[in-house]
Structure formats: structure tokens, C-alpha cells
Design a protein around this ligand. Structure first.
Ligand code: CA
Length: 226
């Protein structure tokens, strides 16, 4: 789960990042509206926490631009203002929820959880592809009653491959989505985790394999000799 925090008050931005990282969210920070927009437009974030009063571009403008560009990432607006007209303006610009400063960490986390739930409309706790099932709460991968636990990175990679079964997922996409933008992860890291996942697929006797395609990426396929 990746969250973008756009907030120019450095201490608040870092405080938010700290609270979120403790809950295992991956966090990027932008300190002005334009940098925030540049990152948000990628569409890789699950939630954007967006301040209103920002240098270069304000939160309303950032939200409106993202919605115009069809980026549907849920936006939680953050502001010191608490007047009704500001809330309406934020929601009109495309924000999904609104939180007034100061707020407690509990309130922040509750709103973040609510927004991630809302995104998919129904809560899906399992992804399925041919004979394999991935449990999104326990991180267990199973096939016909045999199951194996995936560690965090293996789980994130497998989830992406299972949710995009017909297309090739590139190594770069996996690095950005699993390790984050500013990580030092390289192709080699991805290859190591793919090899772990292949061993685990063998262990649960699945007919699914992770095919490497022309060195650009990976796709789940049904083994032809199975
Ligand atoms: Ca501000």
C-alpha cells in the first residue's frame, strides 16, 4: 500500500509519514503542490493525503487536475481551515474525504483505512487464478489444499501478477510498486523474489508458472506440459 503525502509543513509531513510507516504503509512526501502533482499523476499511489495551502499549486488545483486527467486515487484533504465552504470546495475539486488539523493519529489511520476499503467497493480478501488462490489477509498462497506462506515482497509481487494475468508486468513496474520510487532496488532483487515464488509454486504443486518474457518482465501461465 503506497501513500503520497503532499504537505509543506516539514515537521507535519514527516510526522504523518512516521505514523503511516509504523503501520507498514510505504510513504512518499512532496513539499509543494507541483511536486505532489508530478508524483500523483503516475497513478501508483493507493491514497493521496493532500494539504490545501501549498506553495506553487494549492490542494484544490492539484485535486482538480488529477481528476481531469482521470487519476482516480482517493484523496484525503488536510487543512487548518474548518469552514463549511472550504470542505465543499475540496469535495467539489475531487477530494474523497476531509480532515481538519490538528488531528489524532487514530483518526488519520481510521480515515486511511476507510478510503482503501472504499476504493474497491467490495472487500476482496482472496485473488484467484486457475488452480492458485492468494489470501490477502494471511498472505498464504494455496493450490488444491496445499498452502505456503509468502513474505511481504513475495506477496506483493504475486498479487500484482495475479491481478494482471494476461499482460506482461515489467521489472520496472514491480520495482516501483513493490519497492517504491526512491528505492535502490534493481532488476536483480526482482529476479531473486521471482525465483523464491517459483519454488513456492512448485511446493504447492500448482500448474501455474511465472514465465519470463523476452527479458522485459513476467506473466503467469499454465504449464504446457502439465
Ligand atoms: Ca500548508
Amino acid at each position: 500500500m503506497q501513500i503520497l503525502v503532499v504537505e509543506d509543513e516539514k515537521r507535519l509531513a514527516e510526522g504523518l509519514a512516521h505514523i503511516l510507516k509504523e503501520q507498514k504503509y510505504m510513504v512518499d512526501i512532496a513539499y509543494d503542490g507541483r511536486d505532489g502533482l508530478d508524483l500523483a499523476i503516475s497513478g501508483i499511489y493507493d491514497i493521496i493525503i493532500l494539504d490545501i495551502m501549498l506553495p506553487k499549486m494549492n490542494g484544490y488545483e492539484v485535486a482538480a487536475f488529477l481528476r481531469k486527467e482521470k487519476v482516480a486515487t482517493p484523496i484525503l484533504m488536510l487543512t487548518a481551515k474548518d469552514q463549511i465552504s472550504d470542505k465543499v470546495k475540496g469535495l467539489d475539486a475531487g477530494a474523497d474525504d476531509y480532515m481538519t488539523k490538528p488531528f489524532s493519529p487514530e483518526e488519520l489511520l481510521a480515515r486511511v483505512r476507510a478510503l482503501t476499503r472504499r476504493q474497491g467497493e467490495v472487500v476482496i480478501d482472496e485473488v484467484e487464478f486457475h488452480d492458485i488462490k492468494l489470501n490477502l489477509s494471511t498472505c498464504d498462497l494455496s493450490c488444491n489444499g496445499k498452502s505456503v506462506h509468502l513474505n511481504f515482497k513475495e506477496f506483493e509481487i504475486m498479487k500484482i501478477l495475479m491481478q494482471n494475468p494476461l499482460i506482461v508486468t515489467t521489472k520496472e513496474e514491480l520495482i516501483v510498486k513493490v519497492w517504491g520510487y526512491d528505492s535502490n532496488a534493481v532488476d536483480n532483487n526482482v529476479e531473486v523474489y521471482i525465483s523464491f515464488l517459483r519454488k513456492k509454486l512448485d511446493f504447492i504443486s500448482s500448474k501455474i508458472e511465472i514465465a519470463s518474457l523476452r527479458k522485459i518482465g513476467y506473466r503467469l501461465e499454465v504449464k504446457t506440459n502439465a
